[in-house]
Unconditional design. Structure first.
Length: 373
């Protein structure tokens, strides 16, 4: 608990210093994950706005519905609390009236870019400045966060390795799905959290070329490139680990595309270090796939940030020139997809270190280890 208390105070302190540097009188945060990041509160807002207001030089303010007041306690830091009745209320008693009461007299008020449009729509008497301060702060992980990410990465890796050891031609998708359900149940008993999520299943070749498809639970693993996908969030922190594998002898074309994926992965990892622009990662991968004549078989960026969620900043893609820094955590997943054949994608969770990277997840990568006959 003490470590968490120190961590939360440090996070708020960093944001307060950033507000001073940007001459902001206050900063409004409304996203559920962002509020969790600064407060450790698991709050599902439903329709009722829930705001966390950070000031550069005094304690933060919570603006919450009256429904939450009696059981609202945050033991990690001092704060002020104000409340409104409900999502819509009588004249002068709405949430936006309360926001205006606290913020309309300030010269410059920031609001995180992922806030809903209605926040500014109903409060045009406030001098809003949209920012990315929380997004940028969350990209750099503390030692506390790295420990949490390594914990979930280890569990995620274990499930992938167990899946590979139990899978053969004819294995049901449902059987692979149950592994994660068991781990998820065990974690809830040990560390109950609304933020726990445990997903693992094999996407057989008939589905694996559609990475966001949902395989039939009664589908069975067979020939072609199958992909085991494990996406975990435990104790509020995420990891992902994925492997392409075969249960029948791969064809020459299978081998070609698997090797192309693996070489793109090598190019990616060679670039993964502080000082590299995020856009350079996708460029080196895309340039290679174009040289190989398979650029039309790319469906997504080769990587993205991981932290409280499986998908967050930085996005490792063209159009994002963010310079990578030590202690960012990202996925490594350059991939190719072929309709009526399957997909080719390994994914790992990786920590950017002082001079390069460290893979936080671990599972076989070579074709010799991934033909599971």
């Amino acid at each position: 608990m003490n470590n968490l208390k120190v961590e939360i105070k440090d996070r708020i302190g960093i944001l307060q210093n950033t507000l001073k540097q940007n001459d902001l009188d206050a900063y409004v945060i409304t996203d559920q994950e962002d509020i969790w990041y600064f407060t450790n509160i698991n709050y599902k807002p439903e329709q009722r706005p829930f705001l966390f207001v950070v000031y550069p030089d005094r304690r933060p303010l919570f603006i919450v519905p009256k429904l939450e007041v009696d059981h609202f306690t945050v033991p990690y830091f001092d704060y002020d609390l104000d409340n409104y009745f409900d999502v819509t209320s009588g004249n002068g008693k709405n949430w936006y009236d309360l926001v205006a009461k606290h913020l309309s007299k300030l010269v410059k008020v920031g609001i995180e870019s992922n806030s809903q449009l209605l926040m500014t729509h109903f409060t045009d008497n406030i001098k809003w400045k949209v920012g990315f301060l929380v997004q940028n702060q969350r990209m750099i992980k503390s030692t506390y966060e790295i420990d949490k990410l390594q914990y979930v990465s280890k569990i995620c890796s274990n499930v992938v390795n167990k899946t590979l050891s139990m899978t053969k031609t004819g294995t049901k998708v449902a059987d692979t799905y149950q592994l994660a359900m068991k781990v998820g149940a065990e974690e809830i008993v040990k560390h109950f959290s609304l933020e726990n999520r445990a997903i693992n299943a094999v996407w057989p070749a008939e589905y694996s070329f559609m990475p966001h498809s949902i395989p039939d639970m009664n589908a069975r693993v067979g020939a072609g490139p199958n992909i085991d996908i494990a996406l975990f969030v435990l104790q509020g922190y995420a990891a992902e680990c994925e492997r392409t594998f075969f249960t029948e002898t791969p064809t020459k074309e299978n081998m070609l595309h698997f090797n192309q994926m693996m070489y793109a992965r090598k190019l990616f990892l060679d670039k993964l270090k502080p000082g590299t622009k995020a856009s350079d990662i996708e460029k080196v991968v895309d340039d290679y796939f174009e040289d190989e004549g398979v650029e039309k078989n790319i469906l997504h960026r080769p990587g993205h940030g991981i932290g409280l969620n499986n998908h967050e900043w930085p996005t490792l893609s063209l159009g994002n020139d963010t310079v990578l820094k030590e202690n960012m955590v990202v996925s490594v997943e350059p991939a190719l997809y072929f309709k009526d054949q399957g997909g080719y994608r390994h994914s790992d969770t990786a920590l950017i270190t002082k001079n390069g990277y460290k893979l936080m997840t671990s599972a076989p990568t070579s074709i010799s280890e991934l033909v599971l006959k």
